[in-house]
Design a binder for this molecule. Structure first.
Ligand SMILES: Cc1ncc(COP(=O)(O)O)c(C=O)c1O
Length: 343
């Protein structure tokens, strides 16, 4: 069993692919889109304790914390929570790994929202956070500011050696394998730049600008807006479409047809019937958009909001045996079918 606050889809699939069970233990507040809470990405410490007690530490090879919590609305994890989770892990001698894609944004949220960190730099906060863990996975396309690549870290030298040996078999030697030297160097620079305070301030402010402008007009979003993305609550946006008719897919399609906006469903298509929310993620690439781009996105969402009652549910016509959302094919249901479901 691998506990996480919320597993990212491919992380969950990798855990399940090797025969383990991926368990999401985000706090209850993190499952309610409209509820405001400064650290909705926190893990439920008591739930982690009771899971370990119930199944035994031998069945929990590691605990993961996703910072920020992408599938849960891009919400941050507090330092207090990191410390508490780390203490539980150390007590049971279970390694704690961060899914660290957005470690810099998470650090900035700690700086502006958690008492005692207001005078610390994002880098100092990141260093403190990592000091409580044993390793991390990192997709450097996010807070690594790189075009491609990522890495795996561990503080266990023996494990590192075993991982490097496996890597030679599957990818290549660490200095020239899957990642070219120039990409490794881009990551080395990107990791530093992602921690610049002025950059982080602008980034978090522009995400909040988009979220607040649509929320002010009544569009239901995960509150407060996340770090890298705004998440529209598609169940609340399209209450006439039940989860098994994929409201977030229907809404994502509509945004694309209306204004060429590319978003993604995080919901029932991605996670199946166990999905607790159906969200449309509007992820904002770093250092790409100007204010007028974001204003255009606001305008399109509000246009779609006005005609929301006409949007129809979707029907699956093809699905792969796992990670089905990557290649699924769907078609809109006839309007009468959506109306019948509603009544
Ligand atoms: C939290 C999280 N973990 C893992 C990944 C996977 O990254 P990659 O696609 O580079 O493997 C992502 C990608 O969006 C992510 O957001």
């Amino acid at each position: 069993m691998v506990p996480n606050n919320t597993h990212f889809d491919t992380t969950r699939a990798n855990v399940e692919f090797v025969g383990a069970e991926a368990v999401d233990l985000v706090i209850a507040e993190g499952r309610q889109p409209s509820l405001k809470h400064p650290f909705k990405g926190n893990m439920d410490v008591a739930a982690l304790e009771s899971l370990i007690e119930k199944v035994g530490r031998e069945r929990v090879p590691l605990v993961m914390l996703t910072v920020t919590n992408n599938s849960g609305g891009g919400q941050p994890v507090s330092m207090e929570n990191v410390k508490a989770i780390s203490a539980v892990c150390r007590k049971h001698r279970i390694p704690l790994y961060f899914d660290a894609c957005r470690f810099a944004e998470n650090s900035y949220f700690i700086k502006i929202r958690e008492q005692g960190y207001e005078h610390k730099s994002p880098k100092e906060i990141a260093q403190e956070m990592f000091s409580y863990g044993d390793g991390c996975t990192m997709s450097a396309k996010k807070d690594g500011m790189a075009n491609i690549g990522g890495f795996l870290c561990t503080n266990d030298d023996l494990l590192a050696q075993q991982e490097k040996n496996l890597l030679i078999l599957t990818e290549g030697y660490p200095t020239y394998g899957g990642l070219a030297g120039r990409d490794l160097e881009a990551i080395a620079v990107g990791l530093q730049e992602a921690l610049h305070q002025d950059y982080l301030e602008y980034r978090i402010a522009s995400t909040a600008y988009l979220g607040n402008h649509i929320a002010d007009q009544g569009v239901p979003i995960v509150q407060p807006p996340g770090g890298h993305a705004v998440y529209i609550d598609a169940r609340a946006f399209l209450p006439h479409i039940p989860p098994d008719r994929f409201p977030a897919v229907a809404l994502a399609n509509e945004l694309y047809l209306e204004g060429g906006i590319r978003s993604v469903e995080i919901g029932t298509l991605m996670f199946g019937a166990s999905a607790t929310m159906d969200l449309v993620r509007l992820a904002i690439p770093r250092r790409v958009y100007t204010q007028s781009h974001i204003d255009f996105v606001v305008e399109i969402i509000l246009e779609v909001w006005k005609k929301r009652e006409q949007i129809q549910g979707m029907k699956l016509t093809y699905e792969a045996p796992f990670l089905r959302h990557f290649t699924a094919k769907l078609e809109p249901e006839p309007a009468e079918a959506t109306a019948a479901l509603r009544s």
